[in-house]
Design a binder for this molecule. Structure first.
Ligand code: GCW
Length: 718
């Protein structure tokens, strides 16, 4: 008898756990059955069947997505058919190839749909998904599912959505040995050793998740590149991944190590003007396209942090990029060349390097070249002014490079809604063509008329069961995709969508999660690098504070180089009395920051060296303001915890616990940042931390003694 109960209990608990398994793997694509029967009926009235009027791998995916999604959401099978089943239900297809749609879609609507865009329109008994291409139909299908997931009405629907950016790409800093540089979610999901035969389910789920947010490109190798990926057996492996991505409208790209003709081709040089080298790259591109006909192209990090490049041969970035672009052009491929370049020497200000190297080359790149520019001039810091290049290269398509993985924003343990930072960057006015010249308008091509546009995000994905390590890292991946599609989407809109798709429809819970994501970016800046401080993290792994870092192979790899703390004050003078990096911006942009007393506080110490006792517009001295921001930031994390606790009843136990434990770590680390940095800067200001504020729990020597040799995210291998 006891055995019976034991087996029964085990079955029950196992059974429940599989039903309840909420480990985050399903991301925002959970398609939980709509609980409201009346709403289900209302949807069923219009979605009774699915007529996919066309064929091909991507349309097949769209049909399968609709079938699976509608069936689960509406609680009954809704088969997709290839023959017209009358006028009811979903009618999907490509205009110009579908007579049915040709009759249902007006010429005016048809004209408004651009590449990869879609029309979503509801009639009395049907719902139309019409596009000019298969990707548009797929994105329309996912958009329809999102409407149902958000429980939004379909009556009178008339949506035309066109992607504002052409290339919407994830950069994976994944190494061929499956380690991920600056990755905090386990290992690389690409198991190169078992490809091409073994196709992991996660590859398919990855492609589906990206397609659902409009991402159409994946660079699957690290920018600190390995020439081995161009070896024939590795190209076969890459081709197998391309085969997985293709039905989801995703093109594969590879990073190209500039010295590959030497390392792999056995040539004596990689000089881009050498005919043999040019031929080698042409042959290599031809070889790749024989295996992967829709190969996206190359991403290149050259002459940066030890990566090889054209400068070794006295050639310019344009000469290097154009060689690769010429190899790709016959196949329709693109060359993304990174502007994250700072010279081997150590001139006065690293923030000026890329501008000095690239602006003189404006207009010298081939048509199929995009220059991939980080959002700021240093290096993905919690907050940076926008990169001056965004206002300075009207003739060369610049694409944005955001970091989704949180190398400098709390890595795998902090909740920081990055859409807030991305939006701040994208909405910044460069004044390149007068007022209203936002970075978003540079990136989407409307400001300078770029023929090709792009946005890249350094991925935060790994083998972690919930993909991103910290569950809220999914919100950053989701936000990147939504902003690459539409750089003008408000962060709060994205956060609200993600919260509902991922957790619950309870309005209080959704509002709270939205608020947590929305406030957490400023919170993180405050407890790490307030008032324009930057690059004061620990060396190497970049885990935790290190304002004392002063001995590195290069001065501009230290912290003291950036904060410039001395007995007089704090901050980096980038005005004309200092490095004058400010002159690289347009006059209207410059004007906002040139005067210490008018400079917005968020960039005060980025552009100015400010005396400790200088009284700011708040009436507080710099030192007092610094202490206040650090304490506000750390205290805010405590409030994040309380917000999460307040919605416990609406969140499943498993994911609630995941996030709670990470919030515990985040609060501990926020206080660590606060106390370590103030203890260090106090030695220069020679002022006490205001008595009303909690004093550091340890001595400066204690904070400086902390060492974490196994902090995650492996370092670059230069
Ligand atoms: O922020 C730095 C990182 C490096 C990275 C480099 C880059 C891939 O610390 O790990 O190298 O940026 O963007 O190339």
């Amino acid at each position: 008898m006891i055995r019976f109960f034991l087996i029964f209990f085990l079955l029950l608990s196992f059974g429940n756990s599989t039903i309840r398994a909420e480990d985050g793997y399903r991301l925002w694509l959970r398609y939980e059955k709509i609980e409201n029967a009346a709403l289900r009926q209302a949807y069923l009235g219009r979605l009774s069947q699915i007529f996919m009027d066309g064929e091909g791998p991507i349309l097949k995916t769209a049909a399968e997505e609709l079938e699976a999604g509608l069936g689960t959401l509406l609680g009954k099978p809704i088969p997709a058919t290839r023959v017209s089943g009358g006028t009811g239900g979903v009618i999907a297809g490509i205009l110009g190839r579908s007579d049915v749609l040709g009759r249902l879609v007006s010429d005016e609507d048809a004209r408004k749909i651009t590449a990869e865009g879609f029309l979503l329109m509801s009639g009395p008994e049907h719902l139309i998904i019409a596009a000019k291409d298969a990707r548009g139909v797929l994105y329309g299908a996912f958009h329809l599912m999102r409407l149902l997931q958000l429980r939004l009405p379909l009556d009178g629907l008339h949506i035309i959505e066109n992607p504002k950016v052409k290339l919407r790409v994830l950069n994976h800093w994944d190494n061929l040995d499956r380690t991920v540089e600056r990755g905090y979610a386990g290992f690389s999901i690409w198991n190169w050793h078992e490809l091409p035969e073994y196709i992991g389910q996660q590859y398919i789920d990855y492609a589906r998740a990206n397609a659902s947010i409009g991402i159409n490109g994946a660079v699957v190798t690290n920018v600190n590149a390995n020439a081995l990926v161009f070896r024939p057996d590795y190209l076969e492996k890459a081709a197998a991944l391309a085969d997985v991505f293709r039905p989801y409208g995703i093109r594969i790209y590879l990073t190209a190590r500039f010295s590959s003709p030497i390392e792999l081709g056995g040539l004596p040089t990689a000089d881009p003007l050498d005919p043999q080298v040019r031929q080698w790259w042409k042959n290599k591109a031809d070889e790749i396209y024989r295996l992967i006909p829709d190969f996206g192209g190359f991403l290149v990090k050259a002459n940066s942090e030890g990566q090889p490049g054209p400068r070794e041969y006295g050639r310019s970035h344009a000469e290097g990029a154009n060689m690769l672009a010429d190899a790709l052009a016959p196949h329709g491929g693109v060359l993304m060349w990174r502007a994250f370049v700072y010279s081997e020497e150590e001139p006065e200000d690293r923030a000026k390097q890329a501008y000095n190297e690239f602006v003189p080359l404006d207009g010298q790149f081939r048509e199929n070249v995009l220059i991939q520019v980080k959002n700021g001039p240093i290096d993905f810091q919690p907050r940076e002014p926008v990169h001056p290049l965004f206002g300075a290269m009207p003739q060369t398509p610049l694409m944005m490079e955001f970091q989704i993985t949180k190398e400098y924003l709390g890595q795998g343990t902090h909740l920081v809604g990055l859409a807030k930072m991305y939006g701040e960057v994208l909405q910044t006015d460069t004044y390149a063509r007068g007022k209203g010249s936002s970075v978003a308008k540079v990136v989407d091509g409307t400001l300078h008329g770029y023929q090709i546009t792009g946005m890249a995000g350094v991925a935060n994905i790994g083998t972690a069961r919930n993909w991103t390590g910290h569950l809220f890292g999914q919100a950053d991946w989701y936000a990147f995709g939504r902003l690459a599609w539409n750089p003008y989407l408000p962060a709060e809109t994205i956060f609200k969508e993600w919260a509902e798709l991922t957790f619950t429809h309870n309005p209080e819970a959704v509002a709270t999660i939205t608020d947590m994501l929305s406030s957490s970016y400023e919170t993180c800046v405050n407890y790490m690098t307030p008032l324009g401080l930057h690059h004061i993290m620990a060396a190497g792994h970049h885990y935790g504070p290190g304002p004392w870092v002063s001995k590195m192979p290069r001065a501009d790899w230290t912290s003291v180089y950036y904060h410039r703390a001395d007995e007089e004050g704090l901050g980096f003078d980038r005005t004309e009395t200092g490095s004058n990096a400010l002159e690289q911006y347009t006059p209207d942009f410059r004007r906002q920051y040139a005067d210490m007393d008018k400079c917005p506080h968020k960039f005060l110490l980025w552009f100015h060296h400010v005396p400790w006792g200088h009284v700011l517009s708040t009436g507080r001295t710099l030192w007092e303001e610094l202490c206040l921001h650090y304490h506000q930031g750390a205290a805010e994390v405590g409030r994040l915890k309380k917000k999460w606790e307040s919605i416990k009843e609406f969140i499943d136990k498993e994911r609630y616990r995941q996030v709670s434990m990470h919030l515990e770590i985040q609060e501990k680390e926020a206080r660590w940042w606060r106390d370590a940095c103030l203890s260090y800067f106090r030695a220069f200001s020679e002022m006490e931390i205001p008595s009303g504020l909690e004093q550091p729990g340890h001595t400066l020597e204690y904070y400086r003694s902390l060492a974490y040799p196994y902090a995650p995210g492996i370092r670059p291998r230069w």
